[in-house]
Structures are given as structure tokens and as C-alpha cells.
Design a protein around this ligand. Structure first.
Ligand code: SAH
Length: 392
């Protein structure tokens, strides 16, 4: 593991410590606004409307997040913009790399001292950003580190978008060795339940997929929204007519077990949630991704593979098995490899396309379900533990 240098952050002030307990949404930021909103905002600041386009080119096109560095703008305008449209939303607290620099995790402190994490994963043909949609998560899945701490708050549109723009900048700098210098995919698989922060996540998706320079210009097909299965929100997503990939965290094919592993199943059952997912696939023509964490002796029995195969046979669905990343203090472990192989074999035999996800970022607690920002609870006591840990 490599600990990367981060931009120094100022130590906690007593005020900051006080406000940590009552999380609040951040101030308005450029990335919250669509083009019309940007034009209105610059006009309000006494700047000509064409500055909105110039700012868009800087932010989404050149990935410049600090107006001070936007040198094609007059200095006085830059100052006004910094104060009004570019409040710092994400302060890097810690950055870590592993897998020979191909996986990098950033831990962010938000304006109210809430913490979130993003992960950048480089592959030979692409770079993927895994971003957070909420600080914490309210879904309480017992095997997930984020779920243990509960929900702090929703992220704003700009807090989501700015994670991606930052990571796109890291990619463009060539820092991810062995990968093309362009961020091409975004997965909403960081902290939080994206469909529980529905309007903001959709708005962020629009910002990320609007052609550059008005937006970041990513392909909708290269964005994955992952959900525990909030059926009404899934149905709302169908109506948006977006082409994003939908991932459903199923983890069990039967209600008895899923009620425990994904507590929201007590409200929307396996049959209902799969129905909504199949309808998404039918309406978009996009294959859904069924996420299934392989937990030793819990959900990895051959009969569960067969039941899952029966539920998915003939559907536009792909199964993505995730070897469980045990969270600290968890009673659960990953399934042994032979058990995993047998599970895959049975699913494939049923005609269901199945792969096992690679386990990136384990060393830096950056793998699926490990994003918890837990070490930072120590900071609440008033110290700057995380800062002190940063390699100088
Ligand atoms: N709330 C969304 C996004 C969460 S993270 C959702 O549940 O889909 C993305 C994936 O990681 C989900 O499928 C989640 O269930 C899975 N995951 C969570 N904790 C994990 C763990 N400890 N090991 C393996 N996968 C895990």
C-alpha cells in the first residue's frame, strides 16, 4: 500500500467539531446547475452570460475545479466565482493506492465534516470511478461496512459530480499506470444507496452524460446505478428512459435469507424486485447485473445457485458474484473457491451468464462494501488523526 501525499487541510476548529453532529447540505456549487442555471448564476454575479460556457469548458472539458486556475477569466471574476459558485465541497483527507497504483482510494471530508470515499480503478482498456451517493447508508445490510454506521445524509448533486470530475482529472494526469488516461465509466457502488437519493443521483447522471463541454460527456451505458431494490424508485428510473446499467444487489434468491442480508427485502420481496429489474431490462434493452456476495455457508449452497438459475433463466440478466470482503468484527467470511466454482457452474448450466468480480483495493479497504471511513471517528474527539497519518 502506498500512502499518497494529499493537499494539507487545516486542523479542526471548535466550530467544525460542533457542526459535525448536525449534518447539513452544502452551499450551492457550479456542478449543481444546468446550463440555464449557470447562465443565471453568472449574470447575478454581474458577469456576462457567455462566462457560463467558458466555465463549463474549464470544469467539464479541462477538469479544472479551482476558478483561480481558470486563467482565461479576468482575475476579479475568478475571485467572485470562487466565493460564490465554487465553494470547496470535497477536501481530500487521505489518498491511498494499491494494486501497483491501479487502484486509488480518496477519503473526503465534506463541508459539515461528514466523510465519504471514492475509488478509481484502472484496467488495461478503461478507468472506472466508484463514487458515493450518500454519506453513510440507511439500508443496514449486515455484511456491508457502510451499512453498519447508518446514514449521515444525502450528497448534493455537486458533491457527486465533483468526485467524478476530480477522478477524471487524476486519470487525465496519467497517474493510473497501465490504463488509458481517460475516465470512461462510473459506478454508483461507493457509500450509500443511490436510489434513496433519487433526484440528486439522476441529476448527477445527467450532468455526467451531457455532451462536453456542457457536461462531462460520458456514455449513459457506461454508468452503473446499483440498488438494494427500492422498487418504487426502480419504477421511476424505468420512466426516465435512461440507458444506464442497473445493478441489483440480490445476495439471496429466497425471501427468508434476503430478509436478513438485505433488510429492505422485508418491504419489497425477491419476486417483486426481480420483476422491476426485468422490466427495466425489457424497456431499456440493457442487461441487468445481479450482484451476489458469496458468503461462506450463508448463501453459497448449490440449491441456492439452482434457485437463482431458475429465477434468471431466459432473462436479460448477468450474475456478478462478489467474493465477500469480510468487514471488521464480522462473523462472515468469503466462500471457499471450490464452492464458488460450483456456484458458477450451476448458474452457467442453467444458461445464466455469470462472472466473478475481481477484488480490487482490498489492501486499502477500498473494495466493495469496505468503504466505511471508520478510522475517522477518531477525529471526532478533536484531533486530526487522519492528517497525522498522511505521509509527509
Ligand atoms: N447501496 C447500493 C450500492 C452499494 S455497494 C447497493 O447495495 O447496491 C455495491 C455492492 O457491494 C453491493 O452489491 C453491495 O451489496 C456489495 N457489498 C457490500 N458489502 C460487501 C462486502 N462486505 N463484500 C462484498 N460485497 C459487498
Amino acid at each position: 500500500m502506498t500512502i499518497l501525499p494529499v493537499i494539507p487541510t487545516s486542523p479542526d476548529t471548535p466550530d467544525a467539531v460542533k457542526t459535525r453532529r448536525r449534518p447539513t447540505m452544502p452551499p450551492r456549487h457550479f456542478a449543481d446547475l444546468d446550463l440555464a442555471g449557470r447562465k443565471a448564476a453568472v449574470t447575478e454575479l454581474g458577469l456576462p452570460a457567455f462566462r457560463a460556457k467558458q466555465l463549463s469548458t474549464q470544469y467539464y472539458g479541462r477538469l479544472v475545479r479551482d476558478p483561480e486556475a481558470m486563467t482565461d477569466l479576468p482575475a476579479a471574476a475568478r475571485e467572485r466565482l470562487a466565493g460564490d459558485l465554487f465553494p470547496p465541497l470535497l477536501t481530500p483527507q487521505r489518498e491511498m493506492a494499491c494494486d501497483d497504483g491501479a487502484t486509488r482510494k480518496t477519503l473526503w471530508r465534506l463541508h459539515d465534516n461528514a466523510m465519504v470515499e471514492s475509488v478509481l480503478m484502472g484496467y488495461p482498456d478503461r478507468i472506472t470511478a466508484c463514487v458515493s451517493s450518500q454519506a453513510g447508508c440507511g439500508m443496514a445490510c449486515p455484511f456491508c461496512a457502510t451499512g453498519q454506521a447508518g446514514l449521515t445524509r444525502n450528497l448534493s448533486v455537486a458533491e457527486i459530480v465533483d468526485q467524478v470530475v476530480y477522478l477524471a482529472g487524476v486519470a487525465a494526469s496519467g497517474a493510473v499506470t497501465g490504463s488509458p488516461p481517460r475516465l470512461s465509466r462510473v459506478v454508483f457502488m461507493g457509500m450509500g444507496e443511490p436510489l434513496a437519493n433519487y433526484p440528486r443521483v439522476i441529476e448527477a447522471v445527467r450532468r455526467l452524460t451531457t455532451p462536453a463541454p456542457e457536461g462531462l460527456g460520458l456514455s449513459q451505458r457506461h454508468i452503473t446505478v446499483s440498488t438494494v431494490g427500492l422498487v418504487p424508485a426502480m419504477r421511476r428510473l424505468i420512466a426516465e428512459e435512461l440507458q444506464v446499467t442497473l445493478a441489483l444487489s440480490l445476495h439471496a434468491p429466497d425471501d427468508d435469507l434476503r430478509d436478513e442480508l438485505v433488510p429492505v427485502n422485508q418491504r419489497w420481496k425477491v419476486a417483486e424486485v426481480l420483476d422491476a429489474a426485468f422490466e427495466y431490462a425489457a424497456r431499456t434493452g440493457r442487461r441487468i447485473s445481479i450482484e451476489y456476495a458469496m458468503i461462506r455457508d450463508v448463501n453459497d449452497q448449490p440449491w441456492r445457485a439452482d434457485l437463482l438459475g431458475k429465477l434468471l433463466r431466459g432473462k436479460l440478466a448477468h450474475v456478478n458474484l462478489i467474493p465477500l470482503n469480510p468487514t471488521p468484527g464480522s462473523k462472515w467470511d468469503a466462500s471457499p473457491k471450490p464452492v464458488e466454482r460450483e456456484f458458477v457452474r450451476r448458474l452457467r448450466e442453467a444458461g445464466v451468464s455469470t462472472t466473478v468480480r475481481d477484488t480490487r483495493g482490498q489492501e486499502i479497504d477500498g473494495a466493495c462494501g469496505q468503504l466505511a471511513a471508520s478510522e475517522l471517528t477518531a477525529v471526532d474527539a478533536g484531533g486530526s488523526t487522519a492528517d497525522a497519518e498522511v505521509a509527509r
